[in-house]
Design a protein around this ligand. Sequence first.
Ligand code: ADP
Ligand code: MG
Length: 313
Amino acid sequence: MRIVAALGGNALLQRGERPAASIQRHHVDDAVAQLASIARDHELIITHGNGPQVGLLAVESANDPELAQPYPLDVIGAQTQGMIGYWLLQAFTSALPDRPVVALVTRTIVHADDPSFEHPTKFVGLGYDELDARRLAAARGWTIAQDGARWRRVVASPEPYAIVESSMIQKLANDGAIVICAGGGGIPVVRDVDDGRLSGVEGVIDKDLATALVAHHLKADVMLILTDVPGVYRDYGTPDQQLIRMATAEELRAMSFSDGSMGPKVEAACRFVESMGTRAVIGQLDDAEDLLEGTAGTTVVLDAQTCPGRKTP
Ligand code: ADP
Ligand code: MG
């Protein structure tokens, strides 16, 4: 089978952990231990998140006394692809020394007139009190918004439209390589309508939606979204919460899920199964092999008929 798997940002850095390189590298090693057993029997294409890493590098760049302007977010996104890609390469080479593995700097095309550029909503970086946040916003041209008790920078999260490197990813996968790509959803670029040139833009793409594009282009048999919860819950966070073991895209679309976290995973799973008619599974990294078997996580299908043994809710 051809499997496209998205690694959540929490697979690299758990909430509240210090972002030390050694901690992240250990998490990558653990993640790869799970993924390597899948890669032994299947074609594997991996995407990954970069939220905490983008935030950290953006703050470092903003505080660098050598720089009049911090590095733009497209450049920082590229830095995180290199860094996380490198850790993944190292871990895969140790786990599967005979298997080719490649990490590809990947760009994702977005539309210049995407409404999110006018109304940025995606939080990046640290939280500040309101006064400091307003001062930083004025000095650095940030848009800021309140996140709980703190104020943070918000950036655009434009809709991913196409993966520039998709045919290259396909060639590498056809050649038997494990391909690491579309890190952080890919570097957002817009195409100039007159001369066709691509230029980077300030934004952060949702990695789950970008993964659905990769999985679609590669005609994946299964898309796995690996995160830190056992699957998608109904009434999440309430005493009545219940794990959804299997659902059609249509059933999930009738429910609502949190914008910044489970929402895009469910949306990505629905888009993939609607375009390909195959299945997507959302669940925790530690269950990766069981997710593939369908014995853990939330399996999303197009049509309940394709899933024998399914109990109607
Ligand atoms: P990742 O880094 O893997 O993308 P996210 O934080 O974006 O992780 O999304 C996973 C989180 O979504 C979980 O840790 C959980 O707290 C949250 N979540 C929100 N709604 C739900 C839901 N209905 N079912 C399960 N998890 C949910
Ligand atoms: Mg996420």
